[in-house]
Design a protein around this ligand. Structure first.
Ligand SMILES: [Zn+2]
Length: 504
């Protein structure tokens, strides 16, 4: 249903505020104002899909556009040239960070407001949807003080969120982190961020050369787009710096090939590369209305070929008021490659593409993105349809990889993620990762919509919120509120209902 605004009664200031706040509340990532001959159409993008939001008659079009241009600091007398602007404000207690772009089309000015949302990266890498196995590899990767870590994927695949989450984890007082970005997508306190400005010759390569003279520990490069940047990045990483960057490729194998195409010295790349995280975003099933269905022969075959197991039923979207067509939010499908000695040698020695493929997928325990996606389908987090929309089956390895113990992985994930396929009536809506050796907390604070999983060593409860929790340890459940927490003494947690001390 389209939303309508009473332009006769309400001041334009309020209408624009309402459009922005409402979009943010609906978790939209963008607001589009599309000019037509007779009206202006407003659309919002939620979970990657554009949906119609409102229609504004031409009588009010100019006012609306002008107001947006004013608050985003654009020149309102200029409508024939593209302009960029930004809005930083607090509306109805919501902190807003918006990027605004105006572009003249043949029907008039089109405005797009991009809503920057830091909430995902602020939750930390443990909340980005990595499977237990992959999360361990990522932790492994970032514990090395030098080398290159690449996060890859198409535009809008959540690469920046992953990179910022890693940076936030590495951001300590005694570490000098410097970034070169275009644009700076998120301000991180304690990090030196530099915006590229090619108009005045301040390119990625130029900034990087200067950064190296600023005694950095960690360097983040927004994106590796050209050979020069790739070469500097590789050299920096073998001289004792940890380099983090993104690149526009589909999977680990393509990433290595792309770097080699960029004319980076093979022996340097072989020495430098630490790991590759490839990802894409799939829409997440709404836990409230998802339902099970039997798999067809064709679907069974996909599971069999990719994972080597029989899957007889899976979840499909339903519909309810709380979601968009059975989906709510998104989850990353990932492939994590930790570079080993064999792959290093292969890169250095220029082996054939087919052999490299074998080394990456068949001779390691790498879970391909398709496999990761299908595992998330089995757990009712996303659907087969979503996964197949993002990943071509034929693109991937046909066998299920001799080194992957699928049953074991499934069991681990099942433990780590119990609520998402078992308690389907509870709308936690989040897939988190926990080390199954550690204790899992599940927040029951529905109001906050927060699913509190915590790992032993990192768990810091929010005492002020008096979070209701379920303590879940091998299916024995205890409910209560955390009233005290002592990290020093064996991480004791006291639950207030029975004064019980849970020792872990
Ligand atoms: Zn729903």
């Amino acid at each position: 249903m389209l939303k309508t605004f009473d332009f006769e009664k309400l001041p334009i200031v309020e209408i624009v505020n309402e459009i922005i706040v409402d979009s943010v509340k609906r978790n939209a990532s963008d607001i589009h104002f599309d000019p037509y001959d007779d009206f202006l159409k407003i659309r919002i993008r939620i979970d990657g899909e554009l949906i119609d939001y409102s229609k504004v008659s031409n009588n009010y079009k100019r006012n609306l556009i002008t107001r947006i241009k004013i608050i985003s600091g654009m020149n309102i007398t200029e409508s024939r040239l593209p302009q960029d602007g930004a809005i930083k404000a607090t509306l109805q207690n919501i902190d807003l960070d918006l990027r605004v772009s105006s572009l003249p089309t043949n029907k008039g000015e089109k405005i797009v407001i991009r809503i920057l949302d830091y909430s995902m990266s602020a939750q930390g890498i443990e909340n980005l949807g990595f499977s237990d196995t992959n999360f361990k590899k990522v932790k492994n990767m970032i514990s090395v003080p030098n080398g290159i870590i690449l996060v890859t994927g198409p535009t809008g695949s959540g690469k920046s969120t992953t990179v910022y989450s890693i940076l936030q984890r590495l951001n300590k007082e005694d570490i000098n982190i410097m970034t070169v970005e275009d644009p700076i997508e998120m301000d991180v306190e304690g990090i030196n961020q530099i915006q590229v400005n090619s108009e005045i010759g301040l390119t990625f390569a130029e900034v990087l050369r200067s950064i190296l003279r600023q005694d950095p520990n960690i360097i983040m490069i927004g994106e590796i787009r050209d050979t020069e940047t790739a070469q500097i990045a590789v050299r920096a990483s073998i001289t004792g710096h940890l380099v983090l960057s993104t690149i526009h490729t589909n999977n680990s194998l393509n990433t290595i090939e792309r770097l080699l195409d960029m004319d980076v010295e093979r022996y340097l790349l072989g020495a430098a590369l630490t790991g590759i995280v490839s990802q894409k975003l799939a829409r997440k099933l709404c836990n409230k209305c998802k339902r099970k269905k039997k798999t067809t022969e064709y679907e069974k075959e996909i599971f069999r070929r990719t994972l080597g197991i029989d899957v007889n039923e899976m979840y499909v979207p339903g519909s309810c008021e709380e979601c968009n067509g059975g989906y709510r939010g998104r989850i990353a499908l990932q492939e994590v490659l930790l570079i080993n000695e064999e792959i290093r040698d292969a890169i250095t020695n220029n082996i054939k593409k087919e052999e490299l493929r074998e080394l990456v997928y068949d001779k390691t325990d790498t879970i391909t993105m398709l496999q990761d996606g299908l595992i998330k389908v089995i757990h009712g987090i996303t659907t087969l349809e979503e996964v197949l929309k993002l990943i071509e089956v034929d693109d991937n390895v046909q066998n299920h990889g001799a080194n992957i113990k699928i049953e074991e992985i499934l069991e681990n994930e099942r433990n780590a993620n119990k609520n998402s396929n078992m308690n389907t009536d509870i709308s936690f809506g989040k897939y988190d990762n926990v080390d199954t050796n550690n204790i899992t907390f599940k927040s029951m604070n529905k109001e906050k919509g927060k699913n509190l999983f915590a790992k032993k060593e990192e768990f810091i409860p929010d005492m002020s919120a008096k979070q209701d929790i379920i303590f879940d340890d091998n299916d024995s459940k205890k409910e209560g509120k955390i009233t005290s927490f002592n990290k020093e003494e064996n991480n004791d947690v006291v639950l207030d209902d029975n004064e019980e001390i849970l020792d872990f």
